[in-house]
Design a protein around this ligand. Structure first.
Ligand code: SF4
Length: 337
């Protein structure tokens, strides 16, 4: 057994009371239509999901979807929805059904889908597969006219209003190494990016797999060439059964500095640590205050007020404290060196 023991990364979640609808931030939520995946990835806490049914332990059972959509529609502070799971693109019809409901909510500005379909089963993606996603990202002539008419014209300068533009859909592949970009995978990525389905990649840094800055530069350059935004690199979470994959935060930051020095701004992603109160970028929006053995104390950009704005009686968890400026300070388990 690892010296670390989390079985998921988000214990700071604010309760929505709806199975499969998770909220950690004020402006976005996670909706999980399934707990099944194409793969069982060792580095991911979802490897522990049942992977048995579309409405398993962690998915949103069918009877709760209406409640989830209503929850999102009733809170205009929610701007984005991430559809994840499991891997939602195992069930594209279900995802399209959800997208159509979400696109009727005027305060949403974006719908994101997280999936490893591009590397797990790229042959599924063909012209027929992408068509409904492409169509949803294409505004019709009527929608363009409606958009134009909805813009305020109470002065000489007409102001942009977003309420008549249905939320566009983007997909996040999860590619960790160029070895995963087979010809079939590259073709599936290109089919999306050439057809108005934006892709933004997320990578987990793993010891012995991709903790080499040249390997990562090669990956991010190939992604950029395929039209995929290299969006984020994650420090491997402190999860059960993953210690052998984890790099230290020191190595994580050293690799980040190398990439910043050797790659263009368009190919170097943000380097993110997933703390128990939200994702942070060390040296940018968050700082390490102290370290005791492997436990580091991080001052996050998140404030108590943000959590209390959603859950008025939200209590500071035992692994957190409050800085004088109202920001939350959280403990994080670094890898064993
Ligand atoms: S990385 Fe994606 S495909 Fe792999 S176990 Fe996690 S959710 Fe499933």
């Amino acid at each position: 057994m690892d010296p670390i023991g989390l079985d998921r990364t988000l214990p700071g979640l604010m309760p929505t009371q709806i199975p499969g609808l998770e909220r950690l931030y004020m402006d976005r939520v996670i909706l999980m239509p399934t707990s099944q995946c194409f793969a069982y990835c060792r580095f991911c806490f979802r490897k522990n999901y049942s992977h048995k049914a579309t409405d398993g332990d962690y998915g949103t059972p069918q009877q709760h979807f209406a409640k989830a959509i209503k929850y999102i529609a009733n809170d205009p502070r929610i701007k984005e929805v991430l559809i994840t799971g499991g891997d939602p693109l195992m069930f594209p019809e279900k995802v399209l059904e959800i997208i159509d409901k979400l696109r009727t909510i005027p305060h949403l500005i974006g719908i994101r889908i997280g999936s490893r379909i591009f590397t797990s089963d790229p042959d599924l993606i063909d012209e027929k597969w992408i068509q409904p996603f492409k169509e949803r990202n294409q505004l019709s002539n009527d929608q363009m006219i409606q958009f134009s008419e909805s813009c305020r014209s109470d002065s000489k300068i007409r102001k942009f209003e977003n309420s008549s533009i249905p939320a566009p859909v983007s997909i996040s592949p999860h590619i960790n190494h160029t070895d995963e970009i087979t010809v079939q995978a590259a073709k599936s990525l290109l089919l999306c990016t050439q057809n108005n389905i934006p892709l933004y990649n997320q990578t987990v840094l793993m010891k012995g797999i991709n903790n080499n800055p040249e390997v990562l530069l090669d990956l991010f350059r190939k992604l950029r060439q395929l039209g995929v935004e290299p969006y984020r690199v994650y420090h491997a979470d402190p999860l059960q059964g993953t210690e052998h994959f984890r790099t230290t935060l020191d190595e994580f930051m050293t690799i980040k500095r190398y990439l910043r020095a050797h790659g263009s701004g368009r190919i170097v992603p943000s380097f993110i640590v997933d703390t128990r109160v939200g994702k942070v970028e060390l040296g940018a929006d968050a700082d390490i205050l102290r370290r005791v053995n492997e436990t580091v104390t991080i001052k996050t950009p998140y404030t108590l007020d943000q959590f209390r704005a959603v859950i008025p009686d939200w209590e500071i968890p035992e692994y957190c404290s409050l800085a004088e400026d109202g920001r939350l300070i959280v403990e994080y388990e670094d890898a064993y060196s």
